[in-house]
Structure formats: C-alpha cells, structure tokens
Design a protein around this ligand. Structure first.
Ligand code: KIV
Length: 266
C-alpha cells in the first residue's frame, strides 16, 4: 500500500481503497512477531484474539480476556513503529452495551498504545460501533464468520447468507467503522460488499476482490501446529526450520560437539 516510513493511519487505508492499492494485515502477539511483521512493511498489525488458539492452544477465541489482549497489545504496540496496530475486543464486551464496550476499548487504547480496535458483530452491534467511534476510537468491524460465535454458527464454516451479511457490513460502515473485516464469505459476495462500502474491506477466506487481505502470522509462516484452513497459503516452513535447529542442537550436545571452542569462555 505504502512504503512511507511514518505510521500508517486510518486515512491512509481510506486513500488506498480510492487508489485500489491492496492493503496488507497480519496478526502478531509478541515482541518478535510484532517486530517481524512491522519490519516486513505490512500496513496493519492485528493483535487478534486468535492469540487464545495459536499461542495458548485453546480450541476457540472465546477464552481470550481483556487483560490478555492488553498484555499482548502493549507488547506489539511497542514492537511495531510503522504499521497501524489494531487490537481485538474480546468476547463478550461488544454485547454488554455501548458504555461497557467504550470503557473496554478505552482501556485497550490507553494501556496498549495501539491505534485502533476491532470487534466482531452483526447489525445488532451498530450502536456499539457508533459509541466507540463517537469516543474518538478508530474501530474496525468484523462480519461473516465470527469466531467468537462459533458455537452459534455451528463451526468454522463459510457464511453464505447474502442479505444479512450485506446488512451487517453496511451497518458497521454506517455506524462509523473505518474498515470492515470479511471472514469466510464467498468471493462474489465479498466483492459485492467491497463495491457497496465506502470504507475498505479486509478479507480472510473472502477471495481476491476485497480491498485488503489478512492472515494469521503462524499460518502464513508455517508455524501453526494444527491443520490450517484451506484459504491459507504458507509462505515459509518455520515449523520445519525450528524442528531441524532443535534436533541439530540436541545431537551436537549428545555427541559433545556443543559447546565448541567458539562458544566456550575462558
Ligand atoms: O483474531 C484474529 O486473528 C482474527 C482473524 C480473522 C485475522 O480476527
């Protein structure tokens, strides 16, 4: 989207949509992943509540807490100096009314130093998005497959019901969201939503016609220990590289090749 050294802003994302310049976003959860994503020139870093799954090994994102999002958000907020850093509002704060949601988002902004928040929701959460935006907090909507609602949706599956999905995305944009994340939506429908909205769409499993793309860091670099969704393309094989490094060290210690003279202090 841009190679400028200054911090990416929500205005840059709006301008990227107008210029049809693809927006990039990757998740990060800690100092090394935050630094690596930022230094790669990715436009936005998402401190996703997927931390509960990919880092903590939970089976869904539901257990992520506000304190955990603040902990990880603060680290990534310091690690990333150029990307726009967005932190997820964890379940169920967007369902407890605008006052509690604004208070939680204010804590995310004050205590992490990040630049924006994201929340999963339907048109039913439009009032919450409006209250957060009115408080001066940049907020991204998240529609389609909403992992926090996985049990209600019957699993991690494509969302195909066009009318409610169009309404959810439009409601988020009309309420003041600066962008809307589209997860697991058929490509033609994601394209239709993207054309319908004035704000950028960022897709995951939503085809090529979104204004931007987001992937989970561990999926992108081949570090996920469990099966990855079909819409992921692995760009590295970090798991094999790490396993080879660990096995090499273990074998060297067992054969008394490590430490050698270079690693031995007099
Ligand atoms: O928490 C997360 O990682 C997400 C993904 C959809 C990118 O929201």
């Amino acid at each position: 989207m841009t190679d400028s050294p200054r911090r990416v802003t929500v205005l840059d994302l709006a301008a990227a949509k107008r210029r049809k310049a693809p927006i990039t976003m990757v998740t990060a959860y800690d100092w090394p992943t935050g630094r690596l994503v930022d230094e790669a020139g990715v436009d936005c870093v998402l401190v996703g509540d997927s931390v509960a799954m990919v880092v903590a090994g939970r089976s869904s994102t539901i257990p992520a807490t506000l304190e955990q999002m603040i902990y990880h958000g603060e680290i990534v907020g310091r690690a990333a100096s150029r990307a726009l850093v967005v932190v997820d509002l964890p379940f169920p704060l967007q369902h407890l009314g605008p006052r509690r949601a604004v208070a939680a988002c204010a804590r995310l902004m004050k205590e992490t130093g990040c630049q924006a928040v994201k929340l999963e929701g339907t048109a039913g959460q439009a009032d919450v998005i409006a209250a957060i935006a009115a408080a001066g907090i940049p907020v991204m909507g998240h529609v389609g497959l909403r992992p926090q609602a996985v049990h209600q949706l019957g699993g991690y599956r494509m969302q195909r019901d066009a009318e409610p999905l169009l309404a959810d995305a439009r409601a988020a944009a009309d309420a003041g969201a600066f962008a809307v994340l589209l997860e697991c939506i058929p490509a033609p429908l994601a394209g239709q939503i993207t054309a319908d909205l004035d704000v950028p769409t960022i897709g995951i499993g939503a085809g090529p016609d979104c204004d931007g793309q987001v992937l989970v860091f561990h999926d992108l670099v081949g570090l996920s220990l469990d099966r990855v969704p079909r819409f992921v393309r692995g760009y590295a094989d970090a798991k094999s590289a790490i396993a080879a490094g660990l096995a090499g060290w273990r074998d060297d210690v067992r054969a008394r090749r490590f430490p050698g003279p270079a690693e031995t202090l007099a």
